[in-house]
Design a protein around this ligand. Structure first.
Ligand code: TRH
Length: 347
């Protein structure tokens, strides 16, 4: 098969929030824009895309509303089901009827747990049809599929104009002593407990509440601003402008790492605190994990939220954050790894 211009169908079921659509959109865009693939994104709820990518109609990805009952569509060369969503049975039957079986990928959730290394790339034969599906895990080690990072990331960052960004969102020019904190958190968060400590900070703090409509206010050392929800290509700007970024879920968590700045992760909560295993696995890998652990645990609901102690650590956290980003860059990015993986299977 000519694997130069492959056709690819990505299936995305939106469970909640922006992460499902956000991860799929980012991957779809990169496969189309950087690898020349002809990508269709089948999404059961396209509404998050209106905010993530308001200009998506301009291409290069074809957005399709995934509606059941399924209407026939010819299967692509590469079929990606995101986060183990169940792709339509009729589509799977049509995949089996192709002369060459498509490369069928189950794109999994991101985790730093060690079992991921052993499961990445494993095949899972179909019980009935001559088809095999492969588990593809994003991750932090060279034995995983890596993390999404666009080829133009460095160029965009070099072109980022912090002054213009601040002016656009009515933030005053930077005070040299200021600490700029961005917050993107779940609605259940400990920000109300953090605010009094920030108000009493010895240095001025500017807090950007990402994707909210709160009104600007000032109290003691703290100034609070709301930022509108920006298109996904611009979310990085918030992280580049920040000295400390609070992020959540999966995609913003990865972007904070590329920014190479200290950050705090609010992990997607799971039943019976299962998410703490995932949180700790990440901290075990991060060069500043031991320092970050108490505050990160507290931000996720365990233990006292000791802002003065964490603020005192911030200067120490800068170099490890940069080192971690550099380390991650030594692995191929997720889209490149996926393209390589699929080409091998389609040979
Ligand atoms: O929205 P999330 O909480 O998504 C979550 C996670 O993906 C989680 O792992 C998954 O299980 C659950 O969904 C179903 O957080 P996440 O992953 O950071 O996605 C947010 C997206 O929103 C990300 O692509 C960045 C984007 N974003 C913007 O584009 N503009 C903005 O202004 C902001 C604040 C976010």
């Amino acid at each position: 098969m000519n694997t130069d211009q492959l056709r690819c169908d990505i299936f995305c079921a939106v469970i909640d929030n922006y992460g499902d659509a956000g991860v799929c959109w980012r991957l779809a865009r990169q496969l189309a824009a950087e690898h020349g693939w002809k990508v269709r994104l089948w999404i059961d709820d396209p509404s998050p895309l209106a905010k993530l990518a308001p200009d998506h109609a301009a291409g290069p990805v074809e957005i399709r509303h995934w509606i059941e009952p399924w209407r026939d569509a010819e299967p692509a060369d590469v079929v990606i089901e995101a986060f183990a969503c169940n792709i339509p049975a009729d589509y799977v039957d049509a995949m089996a009827r192709r002369s060459a079986a498509p490369a069928w990928i189950n794109l999994e959730y991101l985790s730093a747990e060690s079992w991921v290394d052993g499961c990445h790339g494993l095949p899972s034969p179909h019980p009935r049809l001559p088809l095999g599906k492969y588990f593809f895990f994003p991750g932090f080690s060279s034995r995983t599929g890596g993390l999404p990072r666009e080829g133009d990331y460095d160029l965009r960052r070099a072109a980022f104009n912090e002054e213009a960004f601040r002016a656009e969102f009515a933030l005053p020019p930077r005070d040299p002593d200021e600490l700029l904190i961005s917050v993107f958190a779940y609605p259940r968060n400990r920000l109300p407990e953090l605010l009094p400590a920030l108000e009493h900070s010895p240095r001025p703090i500017r807090l950007l509440l990402a994707g909210t409509e709160a009104t600007a206010r000032r109290q003691g050392s703290l100034s609070v601003h709301a930022l509108p929800f920006l298109p996904q290509v611009r979310y990085d700007e918030i992280l580049w402008a920040g000295d400390l970024n609070f992020v959540r879920g999966e995609d913003s968590f990865v972007r904070a790492q590329w920014a190479g700045k200290p950050f705090v992760w609010q992990i997607y909560p799971q039943a019976e605190d299962a998410h703490f295993t995932k949180l700790d696995a990440f901290l075990d890998h991060h060069p500043a994990g031991a320092l970050l652990r108490p505050f990160w645990h507290a931000w996720n609901g365990r233990g006292a939220l000791d802002w003065p102690a964490f603020a005192a650590l911030l200067p120490t956290l800068k170099a490890p954050a940069r080192r971690w980003a550099q380390h991650l860059r030594t692995h191929p990015d997720l889209a490149a790894a996926l393209v390589h993986f699929c080409r091998e299977r389609l040979k």
